[in-house]
Ligand binder design. Sequence first.
Ligand SMILES: Nc1ncnc2c1ncn2[C@@H]1O[C@H](COP(=O)(O)OP(=O)(O)OP(=O)(O)O)[C@@H](O)[C@H]1O
Ligand SMILES: [Mg+2]
Length: 143
Amino acid sequence: MSSLSKPSIFYSSSVEETLTIASLLVKSIAGRGVISLEGPLGAGKTHFVKGVARALEIQEEVTSPTFTLLQIYGLENNRLYHFDFYRFNEESEALDLGLEDYFSEYLTLIEWGNKFPSLLPPETIRVIIEPLENGARMITWNS
Ligand SMILES: Nc1ncnc2c1ncn2[C@@H]1O[C@H](COP(=O)(O)OP(=O)(O)OP(=O)(O)O)[C@@H](O)[C@H]1O
Ligand SMILES: [Mg+2]
């Protein structure tokens, strides 16, 4: 794949729009890969994961894995791994959880993935969610 791939840029003015934008990413990567979700507290990273889960027709409610560190949703063949690096103090804590075991088969989303960029596989899609002054969000990724 070309390293000069075009960025995808979206504007979201509601939670619902963020869910829809997330579903566009899921479609474009056929529901497989590693996605790092980046942006300040309350940007909408967890809501983006909710949109991914909805697109995959996962019924369970997606919540922030801040305290559990990893949440697994879905059934066989349709799994979603959801990490949040916010509470990790050092890389070894993520590695001790077996982080790399979750990079191969399904879809893995990592909130605050930019906290430990060296843990992310090179093909990681980095989704940046930027709150704007008017309350909307600019959402961009390269893929
Ligand atoms: N366009 C939008 N897209 C997503 N969330 C929005 C939008 N507009 C307002 N919000 C609100 O912003 C908040 C986003 O919360 P969310 O938990 O998804 O953020 P987060 O980036 O995961 O935060 P944290 O860094 O604490 O994990 C929610 O309260 C949601 O209602
Ligand atoms: Mg969150």
